[in-house]
Design a protein. Structure first.
Length: 193
């Protein structure tokens, strides 16, 4: 009798896992990301509050406060950047400036909330660089000197952070953020020719 009860318990646990827990694990992250995407791309213009149309990046140029709710701000010593990019047609070329050792990072997230790559002081150093964010099915050639980063999904969310050293440093941060760009590969090639 005990063996049959154990088997019944095991079976009911597996069924519960399949019907109740697995959807939460696999569906909830996508719902959270869809809500974030809608909230951050529901605009016609790039703002300095973290909102930007699809395939554009927004840089905040001010000290974050507790009232800022668009992007979660756990750091009070960084200015944030945010942008959603559709990689289904072509890669985007990321340009980062030389930061002379200043901390900055660009975190790349897939549609399931997974951070799949970083560009920044800790990951790639503080020298100027070019990187291509490519979709999972993209096959093609990149210009010389551009490192490839493959996204597991065609939609990616870029979250940037740039160190802020006080009120006298705001213009320096703005200058660095303005040099962080994401350009479609076709426009990057046309500009280089």
């Amino acid at each position: 009798m005990k063996k049959k009860n154990l088997q019944l318990f095991t079976l009911s646990t597996l069924i519960s896992l399949a019907f109740f827990i697995m959807p939460i694990i696999y569906i909830m992250p996508r719902i959270v990301m869809m809500a974030a995407q809608y909230k951050l791309t529901d605009t016609d213009t790039v703002t300095n509050e973290g909102k930007a149309p699809l395939n554009s990046i927004s840089h905040t140029h001010r000290f974050p406060t507790g009232k800022d709710k668009i992007i979660v701000r756990l750091n009070t010593d960084t200015f944030y950047s945010s942008g959603w990019f559709d990689l289904s047609e072509q890669p985007f070329i990321v340009h980062v400036p030389k930061t002379d050792g200043r901390y900055y990072s660009l975190q790349f997230n897939d549609i399931w909330t997974n951070a799949y790559a970083y560009i920044g002081k800790r990951a790639t150093g503080s020298n100027e660089g070019y990187y291509a964010i490519v979709g999972p099915n993209w096959e093609g050639e990149l210009p010389v000197g551009i490192s490839k980063i493959k996204s597991p999904t065609n939609l990616t969310w870029v979250i940037g952070r740039t160190m802020y050293l006080g009120k006298n440093d705001i213009q320096n941060v703005i200058h660095l953020q303005e040099q962080i760009t994401l350009t479609p590969l076709s426009k990057h090639i046309a500009k280089a020719e």
